[in-house]
Design a protein around this ligand. Structure first.
Ligand SMILES: *Cc1c(COP(=O)(O)O)cnc(C)c1O
Ligand SMILES: [Zn+2]
Length: 402
């Protein structure tokens, strides 16, 4: 069997045309295929000369190392091909430049393509907002019914508006994200609706391309560190898998280290890390960074493997630290949503503690767009920046002088 789903705990294999998210033993499933024999120059050529959407996509550009699917059924916007910015000696890969404003589009294009391939007619997820916006957009393109489970009153207006605009049914759960997650899993098991949370191995496949594309941005010369926010841990898992596969395929000759950053009010992974991963912690999550307000991360086991294989680390930052880092990123003219700013906040903390060094090459992954959470900007805005005046030139002159 070339393509298969494989249990990360007991190794049992399942065919890819079976709807399945976990093994009989309860273990998480990885999508696996034999190591692709494609050289990275194929990806470089596509990037330079792309015309077809499937080649322009920063996901499907790497298709030989993703699912093997007829290009005609691929549901792509296209997504990816985001920019890598260098500011003050630090690189920022801006995944907020994806079609719906977050990296979730990279996972969604693959998972919705898989949904189409399986003949699904309805798809669902639990979400803190970005997954639901992305699912709704890709489901709309594919003509699938979309149902999202969100914690009532806990997602930003921008994300909710996007989800509604793309036409999804929005179930506002009276509970937190973790409750919504448990509920959507049960609902999908009962109804046959296809589940598109990152427990779905095909989401992870698409998200691997964040790492492959940033390696490509750096001419396949790996940085010392890749820093990312950690919530439900799908992305941390995807980064570990991407690096492992890039090394096996010979696209890179050594692994960068992963630094996964959590908000201190939503830090179960950090707690487990500090105890050498002896215990899986669960917490009741609270942080301003709503995209990572998650207390019981679904992809825990895969993320532990990602940290171990890359000699990675997990750090936590306070809401004050991440909001001050966000202000810095915004003022660079780049901008991001609060969760994304944990990267710069974590980098500062890790430099201060001597874990990271000034000479090291570091890529921070900005996961979401500034416009996703305007409330967070308005709450933090400098009062002196907003001046209401009469419609006279004298009033303008007075305002400019003060
Ligand atoms: C989903 C998301 C995260 C967290 O990623 P996980 O895979 O859940 O760990 C971080 N930032 C943003 C903007 C997100 O949308
Ligand atoms: Zn198993």
């Amino acid at each position: 069997m070339n393509e298969r789903l494989e249990c990360i705990t007991c190794g049992t294999r399942f065919p890819v045309d079976q709807v399945r998210y976990t093994c009989e033993c309860g273990g998480l499933l990885n999508f696996e295929r034999d190591t692709p024999r494609v050289g990275r120059e194929v990806f470089d050529r596509r990037r330079a000369t792309a015309r077809a959407p499937i080649d322009q996509s920063g996901v499907w550009r790497f298709r030989e190392a993703l699912i093997d699917v007829d290009p005609a059924v691929v549901v792509t916007h296209p997504e990816g091909s985001t920019r890598l910015y260098e500011r003050n000696g630090i690189w920022f890969k801006h995944e907020g430049e994806n079609p719906t404003g977050s990296f979730k589009d990279r996972g969604m294009t693959v998972a919705v393509t898989q949904a189409v391939r399986l003949g699904a007619t309805a798809v669902a997820c639990a979400s803190t907002g970005n997954t639901s916006a992305s699912l709704a957009a890709y489901a709309a393109q594919a003509g699938l019914r979309a149902i999202v489970f969100v914690p009532s009153g806990k997602i930003s207006a921008g994300k909710l508006a996007q989800t509604l605009a793309y036409g999804a049914l929005c179930l506002q759960i009276r509970g937190d994200f973790d409750a919504a997650m448990r509920l959507v899993r049960e609902a999908c098991d009962r109804s046959g609706i296809y589940l598109l949370n990152s427990i779905n191995p095909f989401r992870i496949e698409g998200q691997k391309t964040i790492v492959w594309e940033l390696l490509q941005d750096l001419d396949w010369n790996p940085p010392d560190w890749i820093v990312l926010p950690a919530g439900n841990l799908g992305n941390t898992s995807a980064f570990g898998k991407a690096l492992r596969e890039a090394l096996a395929a010979g696209w890179i000759d050594h692994l960068p280290r992963i630094a996964a950053i959590q908000a201190s009010g939503a830090n179960p992974f950090f707690r487990s890390f500090t105890g050498g991963f002896a215990i899986r912690h669960r917490v009741t999550a609270e942080t301003v960074a709503s995209a990572i307000r998650i207390g019981d991360p679904v992809s825990y086991d895969k993320a532990v493997a990602a940290i171990r294989v890359t000699n990675g680390i997990v750090e936590q930052v306070s809401d004050e630290e991440l909001m001050s880092a966000k202000r810095e990123i915004d003022r660079m003219g780049i901008g991001c949503e609060p969760a994304s700013a944990t990267t710069l906040a974590g980098l500062k903390k890790l430099r201060a503690s001597g874990v990271m060094h000034r000479s090291e090459r570091i890529v921070c992954v900005l996961t979401g767009n500034l416009m996703k959470d305007p409330d967070a900007v308005m709450r933090n805005a400098d009062a002196a920046q907003i001046v209401e005046i009469d419609a006279t030139i004298e009033a303008v002159e007075r305002a400019l002088q003060s």
